[in-house]
Design a protein around this ligand. Structure first.
Ligand SMILES: *Cc1c(COP(=O)(O)O)cnc(C)c1O
Length: 417
């Protein structure tokens, strides 16, 4: 019921919330191992560190890419074995390298000489993976400005490693998050091969290729995962033949979680302003209604992906408007007192009311993991669900993993039809 002010009565408790369909994560995993059969996924924990997601992926037999001591502690506490973890941060604090050594995590990345010196003094059993730069010009988030060694310094680094008695076992790269050019993988795989050759000259026993992350997270992305697989698989077969006894891993983050999460926010406040339009002569020639809607989650919460330029979530109206309803220029704002806490502008929307729900899909990557409680607004709770069909897939996979001797204790999430 609406009264004359348009306020919906009796429904004050309308906190924002997230729904995670874990079935999507299961489906993504099945697709990954089917479409890139030679590549073992090591999920990048930083992308979405929801415990339930990490536990599910551990149960499905995935490995993990951790970038810090707390991330390593977190996955180990869930039961992940050290061999299933790559400490994929090329620039680590010495105390955290020591922690990795103590907790049995051996695979770590590096891209500079200082790191080799630190590792030689703090982690005698480290198995180092040389991270190389990539052409990330076609990616949403470029990582090569911060990480990676260019091919012309690799020789020196590999020689240094030999001198320092640090074991190098492989090469890694990351084409950049939200990659729009599968060819970047082909080039980087070829580059990795040339680094393998160099390393072998110095006597390193090279046996790991890590093709990183960057794969698309939604089905409506410009380029589908299938198209990445169609470039990656032949490149692997060409440069790292099936019989080459090189283990191949990847570090997908966004791919697993982006489309699994949806968000519901509620309109908590509303303001109408009249915009004055002026003609070419500078004279006022009319006004139009512009509506500001304030909702109970914003860029310091689940929309933090906007802040980091990772994504612009698309609004879906809970109630479909009728075609006869007038449309107004509208903007959406988060609940904090910061004026940069804006979710969207220049939206063409019918009139909405306080208490109305707005929905956003594809909100699982770099959202809940990067949110904070600025201004006292807590990140929304997440409700996890999975269909019976997917739950059966999980049981089948687990049985398979159990036979292979890598089973981990199950945790049953809430099951929905
Ligand atoms: C962030 C990151 C990933 C995950 O990237 P996505 O684009 O989310 O797949 C993988 N590896 C490393 C080293 C990263 O920093």
């Amino acid at each position: 019921m609406k009264d004359c002010s348009g306020i919906t009565r009796g429904k004050e408790e309308r906190d924002a919330f997230l729904v995670a369909d874990l079935g999507v994560v299961v489906k993504k995993h099945l697709d990954f191992i089917k479409l890139m059969p030679r590549v073992k996924p090591f999920y990048a924990v930083k992308c979405n560190n929801s415990r339930v997601v990490v536990k599910l992926l551990a149960d499905l037999g995935a490995g993990f890419d951790c970038a810090s001591k707390p991330e390593i502690e977190f996955v180990q506490e869930i039961g992940v074995k050290p061999e299933q973890i790559i400490y994929a941060n090329p620039c680590k604090q010495i105390s955290q390298i020591r922690f990795a050594a103590k907790s049995g995590v051996q695979m770590m990345t590096f891209d500079n000489e200082e790191e080799l010196v630190k590792v030689s003094q703090s982690h005698p059993n480290a198995k180092m993976v040389l991270r190389i730069t990539t052409d990330d010009s076609k990616s949403t988030i470029c990582l090569s400005v911060k990480f990676g060694a260019s091919l012309n310094v690799c020789r020196h680094l590999l020689e240094m490693a030999m001198k320092l008695n640090v074991e190098v076992i492989g090469v890694s790269f990351h084409v950049g998050s939200g990659c729009n050019d599968p060819k970047a993988f082909a080039q980087s795989i070829a580059d990795a091969r040339s680094v393998f050759e160099m390393a072998s000259e110095f006597g390193h026993n090279m046996r790991l290729l890590d093709i990183g992350g960057g794969f698309p997270g939604t089905d409506n992305s410009e380029i589908k995962f299938e198209e990445f697989a169609a470039v990656v698989n032949p490149a692997l077969d060409m440069h790292f033949t099936q019989d080459s006894s090189v283990d191949i891993i990847a570090e997908p983050g966004r791919y697993y979680v982006e489309s699994a999460f949806s968000l519901a926010v509620n309109i908590i406040a509303k303001k109408e302003v009249q915009l004055v339009h002026s003609g070419s002569d500078g004279e006022e020639n009319g006004t139009s209604k512009n509506v500001l809607y304030y909702v109970n989650d914003g860029i310091y919460g689940s929309f933090s992906c906007i802040l980091y330029k990772h994504a612009h979530p698309k609004l879906v109206l809970h109630k479909k408007p009728s075609p006869t309803q007038p449309i107004y220029s509208s903007s959406l704002w988060g609940p904090t007192c910061d004026s940069s806490d804006q979710i969207a502008e220049h939206l063409r929307l019918p009139e909405l009311y306080i208490g109305d729900w707005l929905l956003f899909d594809n909100i699982g990557a770099y959202t809940v993991a990067t949110s904070c409680s600025f201004n006292g607004f807590l990140p929304p709770p997440i409700h996890f669900a999975m269909s019976h069909q997917r739950w059966e897939d999980v049981q089948l996979l687990r049985t398979g993993i159990a036979k292979a001797g890598k089973w981990m204790a199950p945790s049953k999430p809430h099951v929905l039809d």
